[in-house]
Write a protein that binds this ligand. Structure first.
Ligand code: UDP
Ligand code: MN
Length: 289
C-alpha cells in the first residue's frame, strides 16, 4: 500500500510535534528537579549554620576526681552532652596530672573537649576544703584565654542528671541565668523564687546567710560577663563555692535571669551515684578456672 506524500508529511509533522512536547516536558522536569535540589541544599546549609555557628557555644565545666564511679558518671554525662549541639566540654581533674582513663573516655566521646588537671596546694591535699576548687579555677582560666566571647559557661558536676532542655535555656544567658535543681538536700529542690519575672529570693534547705542560696547546677554565666570580672573566682571554703563565685561576679538578685519556664520546671537533678567498693587486687587471688 502506497501512502500519498502529503499523508506521510502529515504523520511526520504530528510525530515531530509529539517529540517536541516530550522534549519540553523533559526540560521542565529537569528544571523542577534542579530547583528542588537547590532548595534542599539551602535548607541543609541553614541547618548546619544553626547547629554549628549561629548559636552560642556552651562551655560545660565538669570538675572530677578519681573515684570508683568516675568513669560511669562521665560516660552518662558524655551520652547526654552528645545530644546537644555546640557544646565544648571542659573536664577538669582534681589532681596534678590528667589520667589516661579519662583521656580515653573523652576521645571516645567524639565531643569537642578540653582536658585539664589542677594541683591543689600541698596543705589542702586530702582535705574537704578545696574539693573541686582548683580544677574549677583552671577551667575559668582556660575560658578567659580561649573561649568564644559569645559563649556561656555551665558547671555540670559529673554525677548529676540533665534533661537536654536545660542546655537550650542556658544558651540564652545574657549575664547570669538561674533555674531550679531537683534533689537538693532535705527540701528535695533548690529554686530561685520568682515574682513577676524577677528573682526575689531562694528556696533552699541551706540558707546559712547566703545571698545566693543556689546549687552549683542551678546557674549559668556568659563568657562576656566572666571576662568583664577578672577577679571572679571560686573561694576555697566549704559550702561557700556558689555564694563566693556569685558575689565575685558582682551581680544583684534582680539581675538574675529566671529560666526553665520562670523557674517552674526541674530540668536538672543533683543525683549522687551510690558509693561503690574499691576493687582490690587480692580479691582476684582465689580465682581458679
Ligand atoms: N569533686 C572534685 N574533687 C573532689 C570532690 C569532688 O573535683 O575532691 C567534683 C566531683 O567529681 C563532682 C563535684 O566536684 O563533679 C561535686 O562533688 P560530689 O559529687 O562529690 O559532691 P556532692 O554531689 O556529693 O555534693
Ligand atoms: Mn555530686
Amino acid at each position: 500500500m502506497i501512502f500519498p506524500t502529503t499523508f506521510l508529511h502529515l504523520i511526520l509533522l504530528v510525530e515531530s510535534f509529539l517529540l517536541f512536547l516530550c522534549v519540553r516536558r523533559l526540560r521542565d522536569t529537569g528544571d523542577f528537579l534542579l530547583r528542588e535540589q537547590k532548595l534542599q541544599l539551602k535548607a541543609s546549609s541553614t541547618q548546619k549554620t544553626s547547629t554549628d555557628f549561629a548559636i552560642p557555644m556552651i562551655y560545660v565545666v565538669t570538675p572530677t576526681y578519681t573515684r570508683p564511679t568516675q568513669l560511669p558518671d562521665l560516660t552518662r554525662l558524655a551520652n547526654t552532652l552528645r545530644l546537644v549541639p555546640r557544646i565544648h566540654w571542659i573536664v577538669a581533674e582534681d589532681r596534678n596530672t590528667t589520667t589516661k582513663p579519662v583521656a580515653d573516655l573523652l576521645a571516645a566521646s567524639k565531643l569537642r573537649f578540653t582536658h585539664l588537671a589542677a594541683e591543689r596546694p600541698h596543705e589542702l591535699i586530702g582535705k574537704v576544703i578545696g574539693r573541686g576548687v582548683f580544677n574549677r579555677r583552671a577551667a575559668l582560666d582556660w575560658i578567659r584565654t580561649y573561649a568564644e566571647p559569645s559563649g556561656v559557661i555551665y558547671f555540670a558536676d559529673d554525677d548529676n542528671s540533665y534533661d537536654v532542655r536545660i542546655f537550650e535555656e542556658i544558651r540564652q544567658t545574657r549575664v547570669v541565668a538561674v533555674f531550679p535543681v531537683g534533689l537538693v538536700l532535705k527540701f528535695g529542690i533548690s529554686s530561685p523564687i520568682v515574682r513577676q519575672g524577677t528573682v526575689i529570693g531562694f528556696f533552699d534547705a541551706f540558707l546559712g546567710g547566703r545571698k545566693f542560696a543556689m546549687d552549683m547546677a542551678g546557674f549559668s554565666v556568659s563568657v562576656k560577663h566572666l571576662n568583664s570580672k577578672p577577679l571572679a573566682t571560686f573561694p576555697a571554703a566549704v559550702s561557700w563555692l556558689e555564694e563566693g563565685f556569685m558575689r565575685s561576679l558582682e551581680v544583684e538578685k534582680d539581675d538574675l535571669e529566671p529560666k526553665a519556664e520562670s523557674c517552674t520546671r526541674v530540668w536538672v537533678w543533683h543525683t549522687r551515684t551510690e558509693k561503690a567498693a574499691e576493687p582490690k587486687l587480692q580479691h582476684l587471688q582465689g580465682f581458679h578456672c
